[in-house]
Design a binder for this molecule. Structure first.
Ligand code: SF4
Ligand code: SF4
Length: 742
């Protein structure tokens, strides 16, 4: 497109009091931007200001709009002019609100930002969405428990076709095993509540939008969102369904109680798990397995395996409320006693009222206790030994039945452990891999993805098998675009929470289908119509992009040339940063584009200049908030937003120093186990690449302190200015970049 630029400068929100606007406008004049197309307005986002721009678009044919005003994170609806390229230049938060008014430094900062914005608009192009053909809008739900059934019903109610696959011969999952469920409303009456699972099963099976496959498993999942071919192994043979997005709701299994021998499981018949106790309660009177006698003194041992580094390092979340519910089963006989022995009672939210109801029942004894063991007390009775209780230092209680509140293990754990073991064995050579495959039974896989990066959802180290999702910001997302985890496969939760989760995941699947139909990215760049468009003619088949893509979006052909599966792509740009040939570009984001922005920065000989690449997800908003709070940052710093630090290409740093830039700073999300990176590993990958920067600096004979990488959370806006200022102070201490004089 032939670009006709219009530059619009706002004087509102204090900008006009801080910057010489006339001078700023003059600075924008260039061969690209004509003087008559540079306009100043008192309040650009007002109806009058917006009309000014719209009129120019209509009458003068302006198609490339550069707006120097507030942060691009605000007023995006107002400044959205369809069919036009719009570039936002943040001179409110980053200049007017962050700098001393009307100084030379403030003025040159604003002028630099404006020329950087013009360069970005010059280099970028209006995106055209890549809409693939023959897209399916059917949602596959794997798992026919309460989570899967609720997801299926929610999606069906929204008008989507659903394929529901359940490995068992009947729907219902663990809810089938429950006698009653934890109440959610009135904790007094009724005492215990029916699961009503049959009603849900009936609703699913009679819904015309839902196709149910029972006694079935996923044999293979090929393709990408909108274009999955899923082969389902059914009792009457394989069936292939065209699928748009997937909800993985395969739930959990109870922790293996045989590993808890110190609690007597497997040794004493009258030690049972909480799941086995449901079956006992369903029969009416609570009887014990050893002799069928009625149990009138039942001890519940909480955290049986949970919150224990030797078993399950996490809280299984539902066991405390489950034992409170099961104590009510015991108390159906008013003479019976239920004893709940806990590390801590964890009943978040309204469940606290349920806990208080139990405290009011004289037949329910609750005490904090470190349970040390269970031993035989004769006649089938059991003795529970405890320490640090509310009743005394060392206490023994006798019970005629012991219930272990065992925790939840996600169904994703076994495949993850198997695949991790296989990867480890493979690193030791082919023989070790072969031996592993021969000696280790293969667990049941869930998705069987036909992806270069592996058949299942990867899980971060320490996630103990829960389907890897960015639990802080995007609960249902996994590292495989279009596959959404819901219910206890994602994190431990009870039945009611699983139903809420199921609805969330169903809506994410719908959103995914909707976005790929428009050629738009799914979260987090949910508006983005650009996509990676590599110049494969120059590709050396080094496979770095394929290996570094956090979402498994890149396959490769027999020669190792990457194939970008666009509907799997989240547009993070990690492949762009990874490619040593610099051939991966987006319409508005490329190595050349960012490099040109850096080159457009004015570097006066006597001044310091520091370039700071900031991740748009956490660091950029933190800077905006710093501006809002009138925090000051050294005016020598020029911020350039990045989609993710995973896109950083080291050539920019070399180019910046060659040009005379004095310091270079990268600010990204925190990484590690509790990661917050919106693209999972972007900032971590950047840090790995960053370690190699030493070679570049050595080559240029520059001090290593001139570059730095920082991790921040969005909430650390108050610390961030100090961190940046301390870096700039160090650069100033080192002195000017000697390349400035060349
Ligand atoms: S932009 Fe990100 S998600 Fe897309 S292919 Fe590149 S690395 Fe993968
Ligand atoms: S990183 Fe670049 S050169 Fe390497 S395989 Fe990917 S596109 Fe090709």
């Amino acid at each position: 497109m032939d670009k006709k630029f219009g530059v619009y400068i706002c004087k509102g929100c204090g900008i006009g009091d801080s910057v010489d606007i006339e001078k700023l406008a003059k600075s924008a004049k260039s061969g690209t931007v004509k003087e008559e197309n540079i306009k100043i307005h008192d309040i650009l986002c007002s109806p009058d200001g917006l009309q000014l721009i719209k009129n120019d678009i209509k009458k003068d044919g302006i198609n490339t709009v550069v707006i120097a005003a507030c942060s691009p994170r605000v007023k995006y609806e107002e400044f959205d002019f369809s069919g036009c390229m719009t570039e936002r230049v943040n001179i409110r938060e980053f200049v007017a609100w962050m700098q001393l008014p009307n100084t030379d430094d403030t003025q040159s900062l604003a002028e630099d930002y404006l020329s950087m914005g013009v360069v970005r608009a010059q280099k970028g192009e209006l995106p055209e969405p890549a809409i693939l053909e023959n897209l399916s809008s059917t949602i596959l739900v794997i798992g026919g428990g309460i989570t899967g059934m609720t997801s299926a019903l929610e999606a069906a109610k929204a008008g989507y076709k659903v394929v529901l696959v359940e490995k068992e011969p009947q729907l219902g999952g663990f809810a089938n095993k429950l006698y009653k469920k934890i109440p959610t409303r009135d904790y007094k009456e009724p005492l215990i509540v029916d699961t009503e699972i049959e009603k849900v099963i009936q609703e699913v099976e009679s819904n015309p939008n839902i196709t149910v496959y029972k006694s079935s498993k996923i044999e293979k999942t090929v393709g990408q969102p909108g274009l999955y071919d899923v082969t389902i192994n059914t009792s009457s043979g394989p069936v292939t369904e065209k699928i748009g997005a997937i909800v993985m709701a395969t739930g959990w299994i109870p922790y293996d109680a045989t590993k808890l021998d110190y609690l007597g499981y497997g040794k004493f018949k009258n030690v049972v798990t909480n799941i086995e106790f449901e079956d006992i309660a369903r029969k009416g009177t609570i009887t014990r397995p050893s002799d069928g006698k009625e149990a009138t003194k039942v001890a519940f041992i909480q955290c049986a395996g949970s919150r224990d580094p030797n078993h399950l390092p996490y809280c299984s979340s539902m066991c405390c409320a489950t034992s409170l519910k099961q104590a009510r089963y015991v108390r159906q006989n008013s003479e019976a006693l239920a004893m709940i022995l806990y590390k801590d009672m964890r009943t978040p939210g309204r469940l606290e009222a349920f806990y208080m109801e139990a405290q009011n029942d004289p037949g329910i004894m609750l005490t904090k206790a470190d349970v040390k063991g269970v031993s035989d007390a004769g006649n089938g009775n059991l003795s529970v030994e405890m320490e640090n209780t509310l009743l005394g230092e060392k206490v023994k209680v006798e019970a005629d039945l012991v219930v272990l509140a065992t925790g939840m293990v996600p169904t994703t754990r076994a495949p993850q452990e198997y695949l991790d073991g296989l990867t480890l064995a493979a690193t030791k050579g082919d023989d070790a891999k072969k031996a592993y495959l021969e000696s280790t039974p293969k667990p049941e896989f869930i998705l069987n993805l036909d992806y270069r990066q592996g058949p299942e959802i990867p899980s971060l180290e320490g996630a103990v098998g829960f389907a890897d999702s960015n639990f802080i910001c995007f609960q249902y997302e996994t590292r495989r675009t279009g596959v959404y985890a819901a219910g206890p496969v994602r994190q431990p939760m009870n039945m009611t929470e699983s139903q809420e989760d199921a609805a969330g995941a169903a809506f994410k699947a719908i959103q995914c289908i909707d976005h790929v139909a428009k050629g738009m990215a799914v979260h987090p760049r949910a508006w983005d119509l650009t996509f990676p468009d590599p110049q494969l003619i120059r590709c050396t088949a080094c496979k770095r992009c394929t290996e570094e893509c956090p979402f498994g979006a890149i396959e490769e052909d027999a020669k190792g040339i990457p194939t970008f599966m666009l509907n799997r792509c989240r547009r993070c740009g990690t492949c762009m940063g990874a490619c040593p040939e610099r051939i991966v570009s987006f319409k508005d984001y490329s190595v050349d584009l960012i490099g040109s922005i850096i080159k457009s920065i004015d570097v006066p000989e006597e001044e310091f200049r520091v370039v700071c690449l900031v991740c748009e997800n956490d660091a950029y908003p933190a800077l905006d908030t710093a501006g809002l709070n009138r925090k000051t940052i050294d005016p020598s710093v020029r911020f350039i937003p990045m989609r993710c630090l995973g896109g950083v290409n080291l050539v920019w740093i070399a180019d910046a120093f060659s040009k005379g830039i004095d310091g270079f700073l990268l600010i990204g999300c925190k990484f590690g186990e509790n990661y917050q990176c919106h693209f999972v590993k972007g900032s971590e990958l950047a840090s790995v690449r960053f370690e190699k920067i030493g070679e570049t600096l050595n080559r240029l004979q520059l001090e290593s302190d001139r570059v730095n990488m920082m991790q921040v959370a969005i909430s650390e806006y108050d610390k961030l200015p100090e961190m940046i200022n301390a870096f700039v102070a160090r650069v100033k201490e080192i002195g000017h970049n000697p390349f400035k004089e060349m």
